[in-house]
Design a protein around this ligand. Structure first.
Ligand code: SF4
Ligand code: SF4
Ligand code: SF4
Length: 313
């Protein structure tokens, strides 16, 4: 567990004291093993609570929907910063209202993987992170061996935007980010449907994936509407599949692949494959990558007079 560097604390204290922000959202230690918790700081004297290490898993950008129009500071990893950029181009955030502490991120620890390696239940773990090492009562594990699967596949370790940066930039992989998806696309439709059915048979409709997603900001989600009622939240596969298909399509051209939803899923549902397929389709159709250019426009809300309209049947 690392306190924030002094220069970063001084910068945040300055923003709070000058009124540039009224709130800073960061991370602090929690009582849960190997998991920091979001911290909401309004006074400079509370900044010593804040930490940064591989236990800081949450995408804090999700909290900004509660502070629309307010001046807020926050910490972002590479994946989280893409969500900031995506929300800016949807007109949901104004850059001038934000003060951003970016962190170069090697990956965040998956407590379930540590527990499996230690042969213990997660709640029994006595673990801590030191740099790129994860220490339990009797084991010394490399972070790379127990990080979330989504971090092992990360290609955005460094934030796209920030006012002040913690850490040295991490080299991103330069291979095809959609390799895994192309392999799935190559399967026959029956095999792909079988995978989809099997994966969603694990879902218990807890809605954690929706709740942590920075882009699920509708005032009332279609899943909660009663007039009209779009779907019923039963354990029937058709209801679960309907929810996941609609949520996925609502994210077309918007999902930035931050993987906060996959990390939050208590059932280990592979949401990443569905969302990456969507991002690949958007890339191939529109050459658009949602978390990169804050001045760009979401492809599905953009109109061109010279569009060839070839999609119209
Ligand atoms: S996806 Fe990338 S930036 Fe995000 S937590 Fe994992 S390694 Fe860090
Ligand atoms: S759907 Fe998942 S990966 Fe996509 S932006 Fe939302 S939380 Fe991130
Ligand atoms: S977080 Fe997982 S279990 Fe919960 S609704 Fe989403 S996919 Fe289903």
């Amino acid at each position: 567990m690392n306190a924030l560097p002094d220069n970063v604390k001084q910068a945040i204290a300055g923003w709070l004291q000058s009124g540039e922000i009224e709130l800073f959202i960061g991370y602090e230690a929690s009582s849960l093993p190997l998991q920091a918790t979001p911290a909401f700081v309004r006074k400079a004297e509370d900044l010593d609570r804040l930490i940064w290490d591989a236990t800081c898993e949450n995408n804090l950008v999700s909290f900004l929907k509660q502070f629309r129009g307010k001046k807020v500071g926050l910490m972002v990893k590479g994946c989280d910063a893409r969500a900031l950029v995506g929300l800016m181009r949807e007109g949901q955030l104004v850059r001038d209202n934000l003060r951003i502490v970016g962190v170069c991120c090697l990956g965040v620890v998956d407590a379930k993987r540590v527990a499996a390696a230690a042969g213990q239940a997660v709640e029994e773990l006595d673990g801590r992170v030191t740099g790129t090492d994860v220490l339990t009562a009797d084991q010394h594990l490399a972070l790379s061996s127990v990080m979330h699967a989504t971090c092992a596949a990360c290609r955005h370790h460094n934030p796209e935007i920030y006012d002040i940066l913690i850490g040295e930039p991490v080299a991103d992989a330069d291979d095809d980010p959609f390799d895994d998806i192309r392999a799935v696309e190559a399967l026959g439709s029956a095999e792909r449907w079988a995978r989809f059915e099997h994966e969603l048979s694990k879902c218990n409709l807890c809605f954690a994936c929706r709740n942590v997603c920075p882009f699920c900001y509708c005032n009332t989600c279609f899943a909660d509407k009663t007039m009209p009622r779009w779907f019923t939240a039963t354990a029937e596969p058709k209801d679960i599949q309907f929810y996941q298909i609609i949520r996925t399509f609502h994210l077309a051209g918007r999902c930035v692949g931050c993987n906060a939803c996959s990390r939050a899923c208590p059932q280990g549902v592979d949401l990443r494959t569905m969302l990456d397929k969507l991002r690949l389709d958007v890339w191939e159709l529109y050459q658009d990558d949602a978390g990169v250019n804050p001045q760009g426009h979401p492809p599905l809300t953009t109109y061109r007079e010279d569009d060839d309209n070839s999609f119209v049947l």
